[in-house]
Ligand binder design. Structure first.
Ligand code: AMP
Length: 965
């Protein structure tokens, strides 16, 4: 015991004076300390059993800080079993507990006389409990942790060096399941000083990683376990989609393996570990964006943390526009809106707006209103009107509005719209036109019902066409046996019985309606089979022989027709004759209304006619609005014949009522000057109008004009009238580009016509426009009018070029006889030239009828693709015969001279360089050849090509070849 006491004193001394060599690690910030004996200043009062074993002693550590230690040194006596138990330690969150022991241990060899009893180890135990238990130590309740041995023991010599070896041992216990535990130290006969006992567990301390906060996390119970921890986004941040933030807390209290992340919300950007709002004038539209961006054009914001910028006044963002694009505005109005009326169809064309509003999704929509004559009384057109390709969302700059009412006033507004148009509250910008539709034929009769079917007769009834476009005066029923020639019957009502049919025979019926505007198109075919023959006797008795009936009807019809035609012509002659004798003849007034001169106001002279000046002015009839009119006057000092001829035109014109035939308002015969009052055609005659607007129309517009002329001619031919002088100069054009046939002077026309020349038989004929049979033996028919119409087509497509250029009339006649035909004008669609060639068929029966011409042109208008001109298709193939010829091209001796003459001498070198040294080689050039010379100006190409065509025509004539070109 005395030895022990000495030793204890010695140790105490040592604690005061010696420096420990601390082999332990510095305290780690990841640790949570449950017990630290060094931190305890007062007595620890651990339980020592037996009480004579472990002793609590105060000392100083290396820093001279007072500490509490336990010592035991019963080395002299055998069978030691000294227990020291700590106070109860509450484990808290801990699962794995670290026990760090610092102790010194005396080397048994350094102690004399202790052999056999002295030990150099001690045992460490623990006991888990949910609360403190009594002060008795029940050894069997303790679980052994380990036997602890010293790394370093010390001897007396060491003391002399005033050094003590302090051992540090760390042991881990766990997983623990109770609320707390005790530690116990069992000494079995060693000399130990327990300098400090530290009990702790490890934690991963809260951190922010990837904008997510991870809370303090206790490590797992196993050495190898990782604790998965969900992060919480910092304020103004959100979890990245499908990538929520996670980290793993290791057993060592370290954060490992970060997964997923948070990102700053829209309107915020990352700065360090936080999200900060975007500044003013900046925005961040999505959490996915990293940075705030400056507001795009025409937008702003004046608050922080914005996810988008607001548009400036008058600027908008479409729903589909991302916040990153500039704010935009509705487009300006479309430009250069033009239109073309074709009966009840109005075609509109325009150019894109000058300002698209900053967008590239401009489309167009059409607003159609039907107006009474007062402009404020306009109502939307409604669903009966059709639009091709459509009414809204038009990508191209044209539309056709169909199924309008005839004789009605419409306004069309063409609005350019883009993605923000519907958001704008500013006034709509649009281009508008007011249009008056012309007269139109009725629409189809489509619903035909078989009322009664007999052996020899069929009774049909039908509905009035949907669009009568006027008062229906008659229906025509066309019927035929399959593959046979057809017959027609007429009916004034919507039913008819067709008699004299064959029994058991299939007949096909088609019906069309007639109004003042002419015939509508035939409706669909309806096939009906007559009943079977009952018996021969009944047939004879009940119905007459159809062949006889047809023959009788045909003969009677022919007689009536002949009578009518003669009556028409003779009647007119007679009327004029009568008129020339007595003023105000009832015959002329049968067709021309006598106007009161006071209703007419002459404003200015617009032209010179054969009989006097042509003026423009206004006509105000009682109870009607005043209208613009043209007034043809008969100059003073006229002869009776002149007066008769002058009024002749009015009496003919007065019989016609068609939108494409110039309309006669009336005549003034009871005063001077004698006047013919005609509807005013603002653009005058077609040939001059086209020359003035060379190249300015689209092909569709030109075809629209031709269609109008053909419709007027169809009407005239249906009326049995042959024009004889159809030419562009005799077509008038109004402000809507509607073309109307004019100049109905019959033989007089030919006399007036500056184009007309005497034929060998003494009559005057406009040679260039006239069919061969009419020139040769004065055979004027609708078929010869069709020839002239072909020439008008050529005039229109070449913008008023003179047919056959400057060839002489004699040469023209010769060339035509020999088969020469005018080539396609520049840029003329091949289909149109083909139609011209058809009109110029030598055999007049082979020429198309005006009805067919209208149909063909309508088809072209409906399918504008057919009017596209493939490059080079309009150039005339060169006759192989021309190749062998050496024409004496009289006017020019060289290519240079020719170029001088047409003021294109600047291209002389181009021609020379490409090897075009002779006029013959030039005559063979196509438009591509001209272009390949490097002549880029379209006007120059056109001029050169036109001259080449003239040259060819002359060469052709000089050579006298019969070539159909
Ligand atoms: P005309 O004697 O009918 O050939 O008429 C001579 C010229 O007068 C024509 O070439 C036209 O320029 C003009 N003209 C004739 N009729 C009209 C009309 N209805 N409207 C406008 N101008 C007309």
């Amino acid at each position: 015991m005395g030895f022990t006491s000495n030793l204890c004193l010695w140790i105490t001394f040592c604690l005061h004076l010696c420096c420990f060599i601390n082999t332990g690690k510095a305290q780690n910030a990841k640790e949570v300390i449950l017990l630290d004996s060094k931190a305890q200043q007062t007595e620890m009062e651990w339980i020592s059993s037996p009480p004579s074993g472990w002793e609590e002693i105060s000392g100083l550590d290396e820093n001279y800080t007072p500490i509490r230690t336990y010592q035991v040194c019963q080395v002299m006596e055998p069978n030691q079993n000294n227990w020291l138990r700590t106070n109860w330690i509450e484990k808290g969150d801990a699962q794995r507990i670290f026990v760090e022991l610092k102790f010194t241990l005396r080397d048994c060899n350094s102690l004399p006389g202790v052999v056999g009893t002295c030990k150099e180890t001690f045992n460490l135990y623990y006991q888990e409990t949910d609360s403190e238990v009594g002060r008795n130590i029940r050894e069997n309740q303790y679980v052994k942790i380990d036997t602890i041995a010293a790394d370093e023991s010390f001897t007396q010599g060491d003391l002399g060096e005033r050094k003590m070896k302090l051992n540090t041992e760390v042991r881990i216990i766990g997983p623990l399941s109770r609320r707390g535990f005790y530690l116990a130290f069992q000494d079995v006969g060693a000399c130990i000083a327990l300098v400090s006992v530290k009990v702790y567990y490890k934690k991963c301390w809260s951190i922010i990683e990837n904008l997510a906060t991870f809370p303090d996390t206790v490590t797992g119970s196993e050495f190898s376990s990782l604790v998965e921890v969900e992060g919480m986004c910092v304020s103004d941040a959100e979890e990245e989609a499908d990538n929520s933030p996670k980290m793993h807390c290791s057993a060592e209290g370290e954060w490992l393996v970060p997964i997923g992340k948070c990102i700053c919300k829209a309107g915020f950007h990352q700065k360090g570990d936080a999200c900060e709002p975007c500044g003013r004038g900046f925005y961040k539209s999505s959490s996915q964006d990293l940075q705030c961006s400056r507001c795009p054009a025409h937008s702003y914001n004046d608050r922080e943390g914005s996810w988008r910028c607001d548009c400036e006044d008058g600027y908008y963002r479409a729903l589909s526009d991302p916040p990153s694009v500039a704010c935009t505005r509705p487009p300006s109005a479309p430009q250069n809106l033009v239109y073309n009326i074709n009966q009840t169809t109005v075609s509109l064309e325009w150019s894109p707006p000058a300002d698209t509003g900053g967008r590239n999704d401009v489309t167009y929509r059409i607003m159609c209103r039907r107006c009474s004559w007062e402009p404020e009384e306009c109502v939307p057109c409604g669903g009966n009107v059709g639009y091709s390709p459509q009414q809204a969302g038009l990508v191209d700059t044209y539309v056709s509005v169909v199924d309008l009412l005839a004789h009605a006033n419409y306004t069309f507004e063409v609005e350019a719209v883009n993605g923000v148009s519907d958001l704008s509250r500013t006034q709509r910008l649009f281009a508008a036109v007011s249009v008056a539709t012309s007269q139109a034929a009725p629409s189809q009769v489509s619903e035909v019902i078989k009322e009664r079917v007999q052996q020899r007769s069929i009774q049909l009834s039908w509905q009035e066409p949907e669009l009568p476009n006027g008062v229906i005066t008659e229906y025509e029923i066309k019927y035929y046996e399959k593959d046979r020639i057809y017959s027609t019957v007429k009916s004034r009502s919507t039913s008819a019985t067709v008699n004299n049919l064959k029994p058991s025979t299939a007949y096909v019926f088609q019906i069309r309606a007639f109004t003042a505007a002419g015939y509508g198109t035939f409706g669909p075919r309806v096939e009906v089979t007559t009943k079977e023959e009952a018996s021969a006797a009944t047939i004879v008795s009940s119905e007459q022989n159809p062949v006889i009936i047809i023959a009788v009807v045909a003969v009677a019809g022919t007689i009536i027709l002949v009578f009518m035609v003669f009556g028409f012509i003779i009647g007119r002659r007679y009327a004029l004759a009568a008129f020339s004798v007595t003023h105000g003849s009832p015959a002329v007034h049968q067709f021309a209304k006598e106007l009161d001169a006071s209703c007419i106001k002459i404003e200015r002279v617009i032209g010179a006619g054969e009989f006097g000046e042509v003026c423009s002015g206004r006509l105000k009839l009682p109870g009607k609005r005043d209208t613009s009119v043209a007034i043809k006057t008969l100059k003073v000092g006229y002869s009776e014949k002149q007066r008769r001829d002058f009024l002749c035109e009015a009496s003919i014109m007065g019989q016609f009522d068609h939108p494409n035939v110039v309309h006669l308002e009336g005549v003034v015969t009871r005063g001077k000057p004698v006047m013919i009052v005609i509807e005013y055609m603002e653009n005058g005659s077609l040939d001059a109008f086209l020359r003035k607007h060379d190249g300015q129309f689209t092909v569709i517009q030109l075809v629209g004009m031709l269609r109008g002329i053909a419709a007027g001619m169809r009407y005239l031919s249906d009326m049995g009238y042959v024009h004889r002088d159809l030419a562009a100069r005799n077509i008038l054009v109004n402000s809507n580009l509607v073309c109307k046939v004019s100049d109905f002077g019959l033989s007089r026309v030919i006399d007036d016509d500056p184009e007309a020349v005497y034929t060998t038989t003494g009559g005057k004929i406009p040679v260039r426009w006239t069919a061969m049979e009419a020139i040769q033996y004065r055979k004027f028919t609708s078929a010869s009018d069709v020839w002239s119409y072909g020439i008008v087509m050529w005039e229109v497509m070449s913008y008023g070029e003179r047919p056959y250029w400057d060839m002489s009339n004699q040469d023209v006649i010769k060339a035509i006889e020999e088969g020469y035909r005018l080539p396609a004008p520049m840029d003329c669609p091949p289909g149109l030239h083909q139609l011209m060639l058809d009109c110029w068929q030598k055999e007049r029966a082979d020429r198309p009828k005006f009805d067919q011409i209208v149909g063909i042109l309508d088809k072209m208008i409906r399918n504008p693709n057919t009017l596209k001109t493939p490059v080079g298709t309009c150039t005339r193939p060169i006759s192989p015969l021309l190749d062998q010829s050496t024409p004496d091209f009289a006017a020019f001796r060289s290519v240079g001279e020719w170029l001088d003459a047409i003021k294109m001498e600047r291209y002389r070198d181009n021609f020379t360089a490409a090897g075009y040294s002779s006029l013959e080689s030039v005559a063979r050039m196509s438009i591509e050849d001209v272009m390949s010379l490097g002549i880029t100006l379209v006007g120059h190409q056109k001029k050169i090509m036109s001259s080449i065509q003239t040259m060819r025509a002359q060469m052709l004539h000089l050579h006298g070849t019969g070539i159909q070109v």
